[in-house]
Design a protein around this ligand. Structure first.
Ligand SMILES: NC(=O)c1ccc[n+]([C@@H]2O[C@H](COP(=O)([O-])OP(=O)(O)OC[C@H]3O[C@@H](n4cnc5c(N)ncnc54)[C@H](O)[C@@H]3O)[C@@H](O)[C@H]2O)c1
Length: 342
């Protein structure tokens, strides 16, 4: 099985290929010589030009095929599988964001539940060697026990976004049980890096700074009990996914597993912000200090995220290690260059 999945002739279907993680993963697989079929609905949840820039870096590869389409359209998904018959499917298309799910719940059901169901149905009718899908660290909700382990109780999500991701894990388990689909769920922990998502805090802070606005920090202004986040650099996420792709669950029983992919090294939010200031200062060659406003935590936010990476290490001999100094410097250098800020 593992050898089969390393064969260069196999086809990967990546949903959300114009997204942050999907575009990096697609590029990595294309560089390795694999065939990649990417689908994305190019929605305007954030600046579509960024999605187009990511796609531009992919279409120069001969083995890349892009389809503008929606995974919540069952017929479209069926046709896609019928035409390409991918051996490996990576479902990254989803409506992301915790806060947005408070105001816009419908799109989460549409893309994350209906869309994922369509992918599962397609994998049932057009069998695949491995289905890998994005879950999220948000499934851990307000859990206090750290680090978060895959075996922890995760039945008490605090946002609809988290509830859809936990639902995806349950749905994948069921389909894996019923139709023997080898499936792997990935709980990503706050992913950041160049070409990242503008709706995420670090990107928003940079935008605000260059717009001459103050940044809002939702940590109650309490530095003793600051929020902790396990920030994971994009290259580490991709490395984890690529290693897991060729390791589908095997053996007796249900072939479904869930892994954390996080840095196993939570940082205080204020340390992260100060590191971003330093990274932007280095990129610009002048001192950057954000104008900061402190506000109460927002509904759906959690106090801390902290990944155990034991399972991941046991399975593929790898754990994310990139420091925020290194990762944020790469982000800051890219940002200053891409938006012409120097
Ligand atoms: N970035 C993180 O920190 C993080 C953390 C935990 C989980 N995740 C999950 O990882 C996955 C990828 O996240 P990302 O950060 O790359 O987000 P992203 O928003 O950049 O990428 C998702 C892509 O999917 C596309 N999409 C959304 N709904 C679609 C639909 N119905 N049909 C087709 N395409 C659709 C979007 O246009 C977007 O390009 C998502 O499932 C997300 O929930 C991300």
């Amino acid at each position: 099985m593992i050898e089969n999945l390393l064969n260069k002739n196999i086809k990967y279907l990546i949903t959300g290929a114009a997204g942050f993680i999907g575009s990096y993963l697609s590029k990595r697989l294309l560089e390795k010589g694999f065939q990649v079929i990417g689908i994305d609905n190019m929605n305007d949840y954030y600046d579509v030009r960024l999605k187009e820039s990511r796609l531009n870096a992919l279409i120069r590869f001969e083995k890349f095929t892009f389809i503008k389409g929606d995974i919540s359209n069952k017929e479209q998904v069926k046709q896609l599988f019928e035409e390409y018959k991918p051996q490996v499917v990576v479902n990254l298309a989803a409506q992301a964001g915790v806060r947005y799910s408070i105001e816009n719940p419908d799109v989460y059901i549409q893309s994350n539940i209906l869309g994922f169901h369509n992918i599962l149905e397609a994998c049932r009718h057009y069998p695949v060697d491995h289905l890998v899908y994005a879950s999220s660290s948000s499934v851990y909700g307000a859990n206090k026990k750290v680090p978060f382990e895959e075996t922890d109780f995760v039945d008490t999500p605090v946002s609809l976004y988290a509830a859809t991701k936990k639902s995806n894990e349950l749905m994948a388990h069921t389909y894996s049980h019923l139709y023997k689909i080898p499936a792997t769920g990935l709980r990503f922990f706050t992913v950041y890096g160049p070409m990242g998502r503008p709706d995420m805090a670090y990107f928003g802070f940079a935008n605000k700074y260059f717009n001459g606005e103050s940044i809002k920090i939702f940590n109650n202004g309490d530095f003793e009990n600051d929020l902790y986040r396990d920030f994971t650099y994009i290259d580490d996420i991709v490395e984890g996914i690529v290693r897991l792709l060729s390791n589908p669950p095997e053996g007796e029983g249900v072939k479904h597993k869930v892994f954390n992919i996080g840095n196993n090294n939570p940082e205080k939010l204020m340390v992260f912000i100060n590191t971003l200031e330093k990274a932007l200062s280095n990129a610009l060659g002048r001192e950057v200090t954000f104008d900061k406003e402190y506000e109460p935590m927002k509904a759906g936010d959690v106090a801390a995220t902290y990944a155990s990476t034991k399972l991941l290490q046991e399975a593929v001999g790898f754990k994310p290690e990139t420091s925020i100094e290194k990762g944020l410097q790469k982000f800051a250098d890219w940002y200053v260059d891409y938006y012409n800020k120097k």
